[in-house]
Design a protein around this ligand. Structure first.
Ligand SMILES: [Fe+2]
Ligand SMILES: [Fe+2]
Length: 316
């Protein structure tokens, strides 16, 4: 192998599988406000996902629909279509948690309005003329999505293995939402990076957009935790703190600061490929037993059966 070849991203072929969206539904009626009992800080740190992901994943879908006509590889095209279907479901599922938070006295609208502005206006289409400028902006956004997906895969892998959340008695419906989503993030973890490499793959763009995405995520996350802690009606003097974050990491109810720091050189390595981290087998195994995913599967099967029956009757 030449030196140049050894510096290319090295995919693990056995980690690739065809993707399918699962049409899940969750019932939030019995989920308490502090769904990790006695730990509002960690609950709200994870709750920030519900603030960012509805608009964020809707934006992924929006950008990828623009990228589709530029894909020349049929397998990657299928992967991107599967990715779009999964992300659209994720966005909806997290959005559905927001009315439940509002009913519990934690109205997320002031924060989500800012997140919507970020994705729809700042990262939106802009009125660029067709040609180079428009293509540049598309490539930039495709690269930002690849960087963000490094973190969604990291978090997905983490939550699938976070046994401490079960040990603390975390709400099973919320855990299923997080693990169904996390498992699909692990399942499709290579798609955004493969699309970026297919359309551009420039190393300088990878580093630049990683820095943008990382800074934006840290900014949004700490603001989101502060927002939840300060507006939680059950807390007298709710404050977010970095100390709490480190404590939760040590206790296994959040990723550790060390693991997060180590994920940075991983993504910036020239030979990095998302398939090198996380396990598709573990993700698929979770999805095969997830209450929401299996219910979705049963609904799809029932619909297909009903359709076939109607067709058979119509034909006879
Ligand atoms: Fe997602
Ligand atoms: Fe994703």
């Amino acid at each position: 192998m030449s030196n140049t070849a050894s510096l290319r991203p090295q995919p693990v072929a056995s980690e690739h599988i065809p993707l399918k969206p699962r049409n899940v539904a969750f019932d939030w009626a019995d989920t308490p406000l502090h769904w990790i009992p006695g730990d509002p800080a960690t609950t709200h740190t994870i709750n920030v996902l519900h603030l960012i992901l509805p608009a964020g994943e809707r934006w992924f879908v929006h950008v990828y629909k623009q990228a589709l006509p530029h894909i020349r590889d049929p397998r990657l095209r299928e992967d991107v279509i599967g990715f779009i279907g999964q992300e659209a479901m994720h966005s909806q599922a997290h959005d559905d948690v927001l009315p439940h938070l509002k009913a519990q006295g934690l109205d997320p609208a002031p924060y989500t309005a800012q997140v919507d502005w970020l994705f729809e206006k700042l990262l939106g289409d802009r009125t660029l003329p067709p040609g180079r400028a428009r293509k540049w902006w598309l490539l930039e956004r495709v690269a930002i999505i690849a960087a963000v997906e490094h973190y969604t895969a990291f978090l997905g892998d983490w939550v699938l293995n976070a046994g401490e959340l079960d040990a603390r008695g975390a709400d099973p419906t919320m855990l299923d939402l997080l693990r169904w989503h996390g498992a699909e993030e692990v399942e499709h973890r290579s798609v955004a990076f493969d699309l970026f490499v297919h359309l551009d793959g420039g190393y300088r763009r990878r580093v630049r957009t990683w820095a943008t995405a990382f800074a934006a995520l840290v900014f949004l996350w700490q603001r989101g935790v502060r927002f939840f802690m300060e507006n939680d009606p059950t807390l007298l003097d709710g404050k977010a703190s970095f100390k709490e974050f480190v404590r939760a990491g040590r206790q296994g109810v959040l990723p550790t600061a060390g693991d997060m720091a180590r994920s940075i050189p991983q993504y910036l390595s020239r030979t990095y490929h998302p398939s090198q981290h996380g396990s598709t087998t573990q993700a698929v195994a979770y999805l095969a037993g997830s209450p929401a995913a299996t219910a979705a599967e049963a609904r799809t099967e029932a619909r297909t059966e009903a359709r076939t029956e109607a067709r058979t009757k119509g034909g006879s």
